[in-house]
Design a protein. Structure first.
Length: 193
């Protein structure tokens, strides 16, 4: 894959490079990559996430499996004391207000039984590394057991706990997803934005 000359590559860190086979496009968001993958025309593209980009144009790319853009992942923090778990839930919601999360996320306070509760944060799977770093940045800590991943999210949905409270978090992104027509035009350019 050959990329065009990229000035200020560091502004593209966290975005994606898409290899179409004969051409490539730098600077797409996860939402835009997801839109492309939903199309029959682009179902076989190769996707790379931009890591450690430098102002001189060098970038470290990490391959991303296409199916990850269709999956949800979550982190689940368990406890037996309702009051303590409610406090953990409020702490996580407050953290998202103070420091925006890396992507949209659904935070839930769930009840399995009188002595089993959970705080769940569910987000698009392609943002797993970013959410792990964000939870460290906001210094989120709980006292109980924790579980995470795609399988953990699947188990959570299968168990159907009672949702006591929920809160939708939104990122503070500098890039808005392009509309369909604009995105299609961007696939013909070396640099999307």
């Amino acid at each position: 894959m050959k990329l065009g000359e990229i000035k200020n590559a560091d502004k593209y860190q966290g975005l994606y490079v898409v290899d179409f086979g004969d051409t490539s496009t730098v600077g797409l968001t996860a939402g835009e990559v997801g839109q492309l993958l939903e199309s029959e025309k682009f179902k076989d593209i190769k996707v790379y996430k931009i890591h450690n980009a430098s102002p001189d144009g060098t970038m470290e790319l990490k391959g991303v499996p296409n199916d990850i853009f269709n999956l949800e992942m979550g982190m689940f923090f368990y406890g037996g004391d309702e009051k303590a778990v409610k406090n953990d839930y409020q702490q996580l919601v407050s953290a998202g207000v103070k420091i925006a999360p890396p992507a949209r996320a659904n935070v839930q306070l769930a009840k399995y039984s009188d002595d089993k509760y959970a705080v769940a944060i569910i987000y698009p799977a392609e943002y797993n590394d970013e959410f792990s770093a964000w939870l460290i940045e906001v210094d989120y800590k709980t006292a109980g057991a924790a579980d995470g991943g795609i399988d953990a999210a699947t188990r959570y949905y299968a168990n159907s706990p009672e949702i006591l409270e929920r809160h939708q978090m939104f990122p503070q992104s500098e890039f808005e997803d392009m509309e369909a027509g604009e995105l299609l035009a961007a696939t013909k350019r070396a640099i999307a934005r």
